[in-house]
Design a protein around this ligand. Structure first.
Ligand code: CO
Length: 212
């Protein structure tokens, strides 16, 4: 177990000054462009977990990705915070990609799976407990709890991709001809790599059940 000393608050401010100086040195117009406007073509919906820093994982600078994070990367259809972010991203920023990004080892997913009593979060995680019940047979068929938790992290992403894809803001954007794609990803804390879950939705047509 390696102990790491965390910077204190003056250190953080000093780091901020160094970061801003580095950015300016590498690209003198960087902050002027950011002040002028935001052109972020991506919306990231991810977990609040400090090990999953949105921009950093995909190598993007400030100004390139609009970010919404909450515990266990949920896209709840009645959450005013999520809906405000989604509407702004789709209607004002006109993002072209919505990335729903879960991560293996998610504490929120584990808390729901283990039915822990932690407080308000128990209510927030209610959709994942519902998923545990709905997918009980599929989860039971897996060899152990580690495999079940990994799969549950993925199933949660797929569920949130569906939530986003049937959201009226998104459906209206597609009906108006918007070029907008929803992706489901799962990030591994162990190797820093993102796995595409193959659940891409690029229009209301993708939501139709298979014919036959
Ligand atoms: Co998490």
């Amino acid at each position: 177990m390696c102990e790491r000393r965390h910077p204190d608050i003056p250190d953080l401010l000093a780091r901020n000054r160094a970061w801003a100086a580095d950015k300016t040195a590498a690209d003198p117009g960087f902050f002027e462009r950011l002040v002028a406007h935001q052109t972020a073509p991506y919306l990231w919906i991810g977990c609040s977990d400090s090990r999953v820093p949105a921009n950093e994982i995909v190598g993007l600078d400030p100004g390139e990705m609009f970010v919404h994070r909450n515990i266990a990367n949920l896209a709840p259809p009645q959450d005013a915070n999520f809906l405000s972010v989604l509407q702004y991203a789709v209607q004002v920023l006109r993002v072209r990609h919505i990335l729903v990004v879960g991560h293996y080892g998610c504490g929120g997913v584990r808390a729901a799976y283990e039915n822990l009593r932690l407080g308000l979060i128990d209510h927030w995680l209610s959709p994942i407990r519902g998923l545990v019940r709905a997918k009980a047979a599929q989860l039971a068929a897996l060899p152990d709890d580690a495999a079940r938790l990994d799969r549950l992290c993925e199933l949660n992403v797929l569920e949130q991709v569906e939530n986003v894809s049937i959201n009226p803001f998104v459906l209206d954007a597609w009906a108006a001809g918007a070029d907008l794609t929803v992706h489901g990803w799962c990030y591994s804390l162990a190797d820093g790599l993102v796995r595409d879950l193959g659940s891409t939705v690029d229009g209301a047509h993708s939501l139709l059940p298979p014919a036959g």
